[in-house]
Design a protein around this ligand. Structure first.
Ligand code: AMP
Length: 189
């Protein structure tokens, strides 16, 4: 199953995508996590991404698209994947679509996690990541609203969006996601 996890920063995509990836035994590709590792390791990618990342801006499309397209060609993704944090604007969505089409693949479902704004801000401040200061959070939410949220329409028109309430205990939300992607509670591992 090829899935996209969609939702505002701080809504719990990373945690839930990790849980689902374990359950379905498919790789979880988080562009944010890959960028954080690259910055820690001070690779060329990390150096190029840092100023955007630190400001809560989107890192240039070609850098993140390359990460994703490379991942698509790895054998581990042959049976499915969970994309978390990508695509984040219309141009990335178009690039993903053509990269998948070229490989005879497509997206099966977009899991759209939701939570009220104040809950999202509270969670991000509690998490305490380097880009989780109040100022940068405000910018990331602004970027989400103006650039990322609009691409949801595109997936909705294709009938791919499953909206899931992201408020609740981790296991509760996990169960809602399993229902949304139609996986039996006691199947899998
Ligand atoms: P995340 O961990 O998904 O919240 O991403 C953290 C930061 O990484 C974002 O604020 C962006 O600076 C950068 N980032 C992650 N994914 C993308 C993407 N698909 N496009 C551009 N920037 C991204």
């Amino acid at each position: 199953m090829n899935l996209i996890f969609f939702g505002a920063p701080g809504v719990g995509k990373g945690t839930q995508a990790t849980m689902l990836a374990e359950r379905l035994d498919v790789p979880h590709i988080s562009t944010g996590a890959i960028l954080r590792r690259a910055m820690e390791d001070q690779t060329e990618l990390g150096r190029k991404a840092k100023e955007y990342y630190d400001a809560g801006e989107l890192v240039p499309d070609e850098l993140v698209t390359e990460i994703v397209v490379e991942a698509l060609d790895s054998p581990e993704l042959a049976d499915g994947f969970i994309l978390d944090g990508y695509p984040r604007n219309t141009s990335q969505a178009a690039d993903l679509q053509s990269a998948l089409a070229e490989r005879g693949r497509g997206i099966d479902r977009v899991v759209y996690l939701t939570a009220p704004d104040r809950e999202i801000t509270r969670r991000m401040l509690a998490r305490g990541r380097a880009d989780d200061t109040e100022e940068v959070i405000a910018n990331r939410l602004k970027v989400y609203t103006s650039e990322t949220e609009p691409i949801l329409d595109h997936y909705a028109r294709l009938g791919l969006v499953a909206e899931v309430d992201g408020v609740g205990e981790l296991d509760e939300v996990h169960q809602r996601i399993l229902d949304a992607v139609k996986v039996e509670a006691n199947s899998g591992s």
